[in-house]
Design a binder for this molecule. Structure first.
Ligand code: G5P
Ligand code: MG
Length: 228
């Protein structure tokens, strides 16, 4: 009691469309933790038309990974803006062994939350996803539709379909995941920090993730907001 603890550092992993963004949204609603999504950061660079955005766009549109150097710089720069005492949750990073090893050199990692959702379910979901690009908020016709069709619940701004949610690009992203990202699960399992959540519905996975975080996050990170 009273001594200084290292802030909790977590990673949320899973194939494209497994619900990383959706689960992260619920985590930040219920816990005080900084959420950093590499995909959201890259899409923000694209809409700003920065040099990094222009470069990254070519890879994202074809379902390939953006080169390690670019992504590592982007994430490292964003992490330095997070206060040292604040817990954080990385979403979509790391995605290659190079990224994972680079991250481990600079930061301690306490936990990896892996969303293990079958590919068939994912293909269906991504074709009906709508995104508010500036915030990264995601909707799905059927699962969590916006209150007003085509509009973001918070800002009322228009929702767009992501360029990389076309069926052929989704297939390519799943292959990229299998070849380059799935091997990271073994890397983290060997460190004893991997937590797997298997399921086909976020509403079934979420209560288990929440219960786990209630146990591991310091009490002061639990937001005293409404239940759900
Ligand atoms: P991203 O942005 O990291 P992905 O491909 O890893 O993209 P994505 O597509 O953002 O992951 P997600 O966050 O796992 O998926 O899933 P989500 O958005 O929450 O949910 C998907 C849809 O399903 C939504 O419509 C949601 O409402 C719905 N849904 C959720 N739960 C349920 C449910 O229970 N039922 C139903 N019916 N629907 C549900 O990366 C994009 C690109 O950026 C580059 C790469 O090119 C990548 O392809 N990139 C990197 N490149 C190199 N290194 C990195 N570290 C990179 N990070 C990003
Ligand atoms: Mg996402």
């Amino acid at each position: 009691i009273g001594n200084i603890r290292k802030a909790f550092h977590a990673i949320i992993m899973g194939p494209p469309g497994s619900g990383k963004g959706t689960v992260s949204g619920r985590i930040v609603r219920d816990f005080q933790i900084q959420h950093l999504s590499s995909g959201d950061l890259l899409r923000a660079e694209i809409s700003r038309k920065s040099a990094l955005g222009q470069e990254g766009k070519k890879y994202i549109e074809t379902g390939k990974l953006v080169p390690d150097g670019l992504v590592i710089d982007l994430i490292v720069a964003s992490l330095t803006k997070v206060p040292q005492s604040s817990p954080w949750l990385l979403d979509g990073f790391p995605r290659t062994m190079t990224q994972a090893k680079e991250l481990s050199k600079k930061q301690h990692i306490d936990s990896v939350i892996n969303l293990d959702v079958p590919f068939a379910i994912i293909r269906e979901r991504l074709s009906s996803r709508w995104t508010h690009l500036p915030s990264g908020r995601v909707y799905n016709i059927g699962f969590n539709p916006p209150k007003v069709p085509g509009k973001d619940d918070i800002t009322g701004e228009p929702l767009l379909q992501r360029d990389d949610d076309k069926p052929e690009t989704v297939q390519k992203r799943l292959e990229t995941y299998e070849n380059q990202t799935a091997p990271l699960l073994e890397f983290y399992d060997a460190q004893g920090i991997l937590h797997n959540y298997h399921g086909t519905k976020t509403d079934e996975i979420w209560p288990k993730v929440k219960e786990y975080l209630m146990n591991v996050l310091p009490q002061q990170c639990v937001s005293k907001k409404k239940e759900s």
